[in-house]
Design a protein around this ligand. Sequence first.
Ligand code: NAG
Ligand code: NAG
Ligand code: NAG
Ligand code: NAG
Length: 499
Amino acid sequence: MVRLLVYVALVSSLLCLVQGQINCYVCSDINFFGSAIDDYCYNNLTGRVATSCTGSCRMTFETEDGVIRSIERDCNSGSAQSLKCYSFVPSGNTIHHTQCEISCNTTGCNNMLANDLQACASSCGSTGGGFCNYYTGTCVCNAGYTGADCETVIAVTPTQSCIQCDEATEPGCASVTSTLCSSSSHNLCTASRTTLYDANGAAVRTTVTRGCIESFAVTNDECTFSTPADTSLAGFLEYTCTRTCKANGCNSFTPQGDAPGPMYCHMCTGTSDTSTCAQSPNTRTRCPSDQRYCYSRAIYRSSTAQSEITHNEIQGYQFVSIDRGCSSTAMASQCTNTTFPSSNGQLTTCQETCQTHGCNDGWPNRPKCIQCISDESSVAAGADDCLYNPLAARQCPLPYHQYCYYTDMGKSGQLNSQISENRGGYRRSMVRLCSVNSYGSTCTEFQNGGVTFQRCNKTCDTDGCNHGMGGGSFRPGTSFMTLFITGLLTYTTQYIFSH
Ligand SMILES: *[C@@H]1O[C@H](CO)[C@@H](O)[C@H](O)[C@H]1NC(C)=O
Ligand SMILES: *[C@@H]1O[C@H](CO)[C@@H](O)[C@H](O)[C@H]1NC(C)=O
Ligand SMILES: *[C@@H]1O[C@H](CO)[C@@H](O)[C@H](O)[C@H]1NC(C)=O
Ligand SMILES: *[C@@H]1O[C@H](CO)[C@@H](O)[C@H](O)[C@H]1NC(C)=O
């Protein structure tokens, strides 16, 4: 019996190890009186049982002017160790607050007693310089700060250099040598050209200035009207064109307001293949002027084993994400597979960039297809849109639909647009859809009630390529005419060869 218990204990502790289970103290006291009996969570964990947690143990506490006011011990998700403190002085108050959160990943590790915590000698640059590590009693400085109290700002030397001058006082300003900007936050060079107009609309003067600025994105040559700040110029008007650039000394140009306008791209993300971002993004947003491409990227999981696929679905499909936005570089239009280790699962990433406004809709690197199914009675009446006059191609339902196809079926030799031939009482049907597999581009014949029927398939992979009809005929007068002649030849050839 004892042996069995030991065995059970061993197995369960093994299981714990496997699942990342550890024991942590769980208690809280948000009102510290300083008595170890009332406030065991602060200073006396003797006899307290740590409970089982998944992940790591955590201890959070808050101090006011260095004195602990509340403490909480519990489980935390994630298995890494961390120490975070946040200091602040509430407005209209002089009391210095610090909130700390410590995560640790060994059993019972969140047992540090309040009495053992060590306050730091200073406030550790509470205005953003750093925070106190109460385990060691020393300050931890944030990036950009140094010193025992984190009060010393580390000087950052500027790296951007630009032409800096004013044509009004320095003729030939465009050829002045560029010099280092005065602040490390200056990341761009700028030039602006301002024309001043008097109340009668006559140009009074034009000035050009060049310098350094801090901005989130490069702007193209853009112009605005404004009223001069100088009150003695009442009724006057200013017209200012400004352009910025990134490279050192790049601002020798004089803005004229004639640079190409910005690109507009869909900008959104989605985690479902039916989300608005995936199916019908309506989020055209102005791109920074150095980003002249729109991109889209779709990610999904599936199995590499794709034999016997039915209903045009792939095995193990799970959608991961879609995102769309602006890009400064062109990306290859492609889909790449990465296999998961030790299984036949794979992750597929499809991406594409394009260069017209709002072009990054649809599934990346997949064709838009004509999608419709004919109706037998309207085919005979000569009014079936799917057969005679299908709607424009649109995005396929799923990101793995890599082909467009049509299957045209009817009496052999009569798969064309002649309405009379579809009135002969023989069935004629047309299906135009998206597919994951290729159905090839061939015609096959079969007999039914002594009549020879024909089924012609076309599979292709460019936008709207599944137009046309099986027998190699087309509706005259459409803009596809020339494009389609080549296709027509191929079809006629195949048609002839298959007889
Ligand atoms: C700590 O708690 C235990 C159990 O509750 C108690 O027996 C012990 O007296 C406490 N120790 C102190 C110093 O208060
Ligand atoms: C504990 O945290 C450290 C540092 O974050 C990490 O390197 C280590 O792998 C963690 N241990 C466990 C068992 O998760
Ligand atoms: C990715 O996997 C799919 C399905 O297994 C396959 O059809 C496709 O050819 C693969 N693509 C590449 C680039 O290997
Ligand atoms: C033509 O396409 C259909 C799907 O519409 C498919 O079932 C059939 O096998 C294809 N025919 C040939 C010859 O590939």
